[in-house]
Design a protein around this ligand. Structure first.
Ligand SMILES: NC(=O)c1ccc[n+]([C@@H]2O[C@H](COP(=O)([O-])OP(=O)(O)OC[C@H]3O[C@@H](n4cnc5c(N)ncnc54)[C@H](OP(=O)(O)O)[C@@H]3O)[C@@H](O)[C@H]2O)c1
Length: 354
């Protein structure tokens, strides 16, 4: 197989998914695979299925002018994300059997149970599709079940964009750190809180900083998920489940958000040479993993001290390599879209190896 063509089903067509579609186009001549999008499903903007491929410029234009995607479908009907996945897995059964069908899950984070994203991933794998997602829900609520299912059907379940956007956290460990045990981690992994705390240092009001993150499409659809620490707790649960072999949900992570953080206190800390940051961490205690998310006052000597505005960083504590740190300066939509692209490239690489 020289240049595989992958059939993509987009479940969710928000900021991340549309940036991903545009990025695929921008990078087309750098990729060793090609893609056609055969289905798009949304919550309020309808859905479209076309097994021959959808005109994505029209789909984006429809979505961004608040027109229903149903208008692009030759047989429009009301259907859920799972309906779309099943319809396409049936219609493209040969592609699915050959590993060329990929479901791209980018619906919003549900902090109660990780649904419907967990069910989307399950339905995709049951239909023999690979799954890539930027949604933290599946890895935070059901990683071990979904990974076992993926293995049993010989398909990929990747979620590089779920934590630290485009920086390869999961791939770094999976691909380059064989036999290394991760004993814990510590990091700044929520961009919205990081930005808000940096802006409070500059005298910006809390609400204005939240609005700026919403305008850039970086804050969660419901920004309380960011400022209450839920997004960081979901990422922490995903990291603990995948890298430390634990079985946690975000509800097992001790959590304090930044809503109680006062701008005056942040500036006062800065005046004393310290910075307030929302820190996520996990460590092993006698075989048990404990995880927390909370604002910390950092000294200059702290490796997280220098992070500003849109920066993220994660330091892994390992048995064989000591501390390994990853820093992402200026995260954003392109970085998250790139994470999906890199997951897709891994699927293509696997197809080429067969
Ligand atoms: N934005 C970022 O910088 C970033 C970074 C890393 C990870 N993520 C994660 O990536 C995911 C997508 O983020 P986003 O910023 O693109 O969110 P978004 O702009 O709010 O888009 C979410 C999309 O999901 C659709 N949707 C919601 N529930 C659905 C359902 N049950 N079935 C089908 N579609 C459904 C929405 O439909 P409607 O359009 O009709 O509402 C919308 O198209 C989230 O899980 C987020 O946590 C985001």
């Amino acid at each position: 197989m020289n240049r595989p063509e992958l059939a993509l089903v987009l479940i969710g067509f928000g900021h991340v998914a549309r940036r991903f579609v545009r990025l695929l186009d921008e990078c087309a001549d750098r990729l060793d695979f090609s893609c056609k999008v055969v289905g798009v499903s949304t919550r309020h903007h309808g859905s479209v299925v076309s097994l021959d491929g959808i005109d994505m410029a029209r789909a984006i234009a429809h979505y961004e002018s608040s027109q229903s995607l149903d208008r692009l479908d030759t047989d429009p009907r009301e259907r859920s994300g799972i309906d779309v996945i099943r319809q396409i897995a049936d219609g493209l059964a040969d592609d699915a059997a050959e590993g060329r069908l990929v479901v791209v899950e980018t619906t919003v984070l549900d902090i109660d149970r990780g649904e419907p994203a967990v069910s989307h991933v399950r339905a995709a794998l049951e239909g023999q599709a690979h799954v890539i997602t930027a949604n933290k829900g599946p890895a935070a609520f059901a990683y071990h079940e979904l990974e076992a299912l993926a293995e049993s059907v010989d398909r990929i379940f990747f979620f590089e964009g779920a934590v630290m956007d485009g920086v390869p956290v999961f791939n770094l460990v999976r691909e380059t750190m064989p036999a290394v045990v991760i004993d814990g981690f510590r990091g700044v992994i929520n961009t919205t809180c990081q930005f808000i705390l940096s802006e409070l240092e500059r005298g910006t009001k809390f609400a204005a900083a939240v609005a700026a993150m919403q305008a850039r499409g970086i804050a969660e659809a419901d920004p309380s998920l960011d400022v209450d620490g839920w997004d960081a707790a979901a990422k922490t649960a995903a990291l603990v489940n995948v890298l430390m072999g634990s079985a946690m949900t975000p509800h097992h992570v001790a959590r304090t958000g930044i809503t109680g953080v006062d701008g005056l206190d942040v500036r006062d800390a800065l005046g004393r040479g310290k910075r307030v940051r929302l820190v996520a961490s996990a460590s092993r205690h006698g075989g048990k993993v404990k995880a927390r998310v909370e604002p910390e006052v950092l000294d200059r000597s702290d490796p997280l001290y220098s992070l500003d505005e849109l920066d993220n960083a994660l330091y892994l504590s390992t048995d064989l390599l000591g501390q390994v740190g990853i820093v992402q300066r200026s995260s954003g939509l392109t970085q998250t879209a790139y994470a999906l692209l890199s997951d897709l490239a891994r699927i293509s690489q696997r197809l080429r190896e067969i």
